[in-house]
Design a binder for this molecule. Structure first.
Ligand SMILES: [Mg+2]
Length: 260
């Protein structure tokens, strides 16, 4: 097996080093539904949403806006973070006089809404069996920098999951689309990650490993080496990966065959 000579390794998060327990589209929806209800309850406690009708309005408006911004993000590669969507929803409700003036609402409240909305993810995402050992072995190679690069609308979720499972120490940097503002496959987010690793002049000496079109095709276009970590569960309407010559692995530990 040919070894890849690399100075940097960029790992995707979801279905590359962590998986979602019993994943299905239905389960995703159930979990988000509960998160949104918790966010609404929080706004009720703050007396921003004052009755059932306003709560229902808030929930339906959030779902509409989230679907809209999600489509936009796929089209434009701009990320619309969850706290920003909550802000947009409440500002719309204020304009339409469903709620009183938002003058007292600050950033922390929007952040807390996003935390509540994504809270269930802390239970549902877990590292693959081989994740820890693989990271441990790679982190012993001092010449290789390691980064996480995740398309996620809430940065704290990714950092908290890495902390919760004691994996944060293995990474030199954690980049999310929520914090950077653009999503994979946009080359800019790959360049930004390389820069944070101090490797902006060595894209070809860096390897991205991920389970999606956005990871491998995006990484390839940005000049990186790529490995596709094939996922068993297929999402509906997933973009097909047509480039046949990518290296493929079926779990993260196999990456060691290529770099050590
Ligand atoms: Mg992924």
């Amino acid at each position: 097996m040919t070894k890849l000579k690399i100075k940097g390794l960029i790992l995707d998060f979801g279905f590359t080093i962590f998986y979602f327990k019993n994943v299905s589209v239905k389960r995703y929806f159930e979990c988000y539904k509960k998160g949104l209800q918790d966010s609404a309850n929080y706004l009720e406690k703050l007396n921003i949403l004052k009755d059932d009708l306003t709560i229902r309005k808030f929930i339906s408006l959030f779902n509409k806006k989230r679907a809209f911004f999600f489509k936009e993000s796929i089209k434009t590669k701009i990320e619309f973070p969850t706290n920003m969507i909550f802000q947009n929803v409440l500002e719309t409700m204020e304009k339409k006089r469903y709620i009183d003036s938002l003058i007292d609402i600050n950033e922390e409240i929007y952040d807390e809404l996003a935390n509540l909305y994504h809270a269930f993810e802390l239970e549902e995402w877990v590292p693959f069996e081989h994740t820890r050992n693989t990271l441990k072995k790679i982190s012993k190679l001092e010449e290789i920098k390691i980064a996480i690069l995740s398309n996620h609308p809430h940065h704290a979720t990714i950092e908290n999951l890495l902390k919760k499972h004691d994996l944060l120490e293995f990474f030199d940097t954690v980049v999310t689309s929520a914090k950077f503002g653009r999503r994979k496959p946009d080359p800019e987010i790959f360049y930004h990650t390389l820069k944070k690793m101090g490797l902006e002049n060595y894209p070809n000496s860096c390897l991205i490993c991920g389970d999606e079109h956005a990871d491998v095709v995006g990484g390839h276009r940005a000049g990186l080496k790529t490995i596709l970590c094939e996922r068993l569960f297929k999402f509906p309407f997933e973009k097909e990966i047509k480039v046949p010559n990518f290296i493929k692995i079926s779990n993260i530990s196999e990456i060691l065959d290529y770099i050590i």
